[in-house]
Design a protein around this ligand. Structure first.
Ligand SMILES: [Zn+2]
Length: 282
């Protein structure tokens, strides 16, 4: 969906109803079902349902699981909804939409093939073509048919990372982290930003652009201070390998820019937080 440029009309539509505003804001971290929204916003379920209907009609919110019965349906922000929320929140928070490739058959979280293709190329270059071919022979995806614009399920990507760790790592996912720190600068959408002659903090603020192009789900928020960047990932349950991958990607950014610093994992969905947080300091 193209942004419609109606942000100010949408703005008044949302702020004129406290219900709509609360429901929209509550969807910012991740997709939710109506009962979760009711609990979080302290609104009655009928009000949540009405707000969701009005926001959906306006194209600000979209149902991700239309085949499921009403109360079990999962709702997320559309690109317009995310743009509007960024306006409401002020300019220091960058909100990415939840809905980019929702299909009518149901929502499958996916990653674009572009970075996976480059990752495999890097692996072949450093570990050997036949070694990699043998290692990934059991993968459910035919790596030879993978293109830039193939959308892979997150599940298939997670499986690939497990295969790589099993074959080239020690089970700590340290090898995944290192591989991604080295390979990230070859990912086309990352590279496009990384090579811009702008400060590191300005670069970081563009990370949600990359994220929005490469993932059809989840959200990335970035806040910056002097010599410090915080990346917050609101994803559905990531695997340990995927957390290691993001950790490595952010370390790779520092290395590529020749900046001495460190990336610390400070929150994780797998240990009970509602997001994974990576803190970059230099
Ligand atoms: Zn995590």
């Amino acid at each position: 969906m193209e942004p419609r440029g109606h942000v100010w009309l949408d703005f008044s539509f949302v702020v004129s109803s406290g219900y709509r505003e609360k429901v929209l804001a509550s969807l910012a971290p991740k997709p939710k079902v109506p009962s979760q929204l009711a609990e979080e916003t302290d609104l009655r379920i009928v009000h949540v349902s009405r707000a969701l209907r009005e926001l959906s009609d306006r194209g600000l919110v979209e149902c991700l699981t239309p085949d499921v019965k009403a109360r079990g349906r999962l709702y997320g922000l559309t690109p317009d909804g995310a743009a509007l929320l960024s306006e409401l929140n002020g300019s220091r928070r960058y909100v990415t939409p939840t809905v980019r490739e929702a299909t009518k058959e149901g929502f499958v979280p996916k990653i674009r093939g572009s970075s996976v293709v480059r990752f495999l190329e890097y692996l072949r270059k450093t570990r050997g073509r036949s070694v990699v071919a043998d290692a990934i022979a059991s993968w459910s995806v035919d790596a030879d048919k993978l293109t830039e614009d193939t959308w892979l399920s997150v599940e298939a990507c997670a499986a690939l990372l497990e295969i790589v760790e099993t074959n080239f790592g020690d089970g700590s996912y340290g090898s995944i982290r290192k591989l991604f720190s080295e390979a990230m600068s070859t990912f086309p959408t990352v590279r496009e930003q990384l090579t811009k002659a702008i400060p590191l903090t300005a670069l970081a603020e563009r990370a949600p652009i990359v994220y929005a192009k490469e993932w059809n789900y989840g959200r990335l928020e970035v806040t910056t201070e002097r010599r410090k960047i915080v990346f917050r990932h609101y994803d559905w349950m990531p695997t340990p390998a995927m957390c290691a991958m993001f950790h490595g990607i952010y370390e790779g950014g520092l290395i590529y820019r020749g900046v001495k610093g460190k990336v610390t994992k400070t929150q994780c969905v797998r240990t009970g937080s509602d997001h994974c947080e990576y803190r970059v300091e230099w």
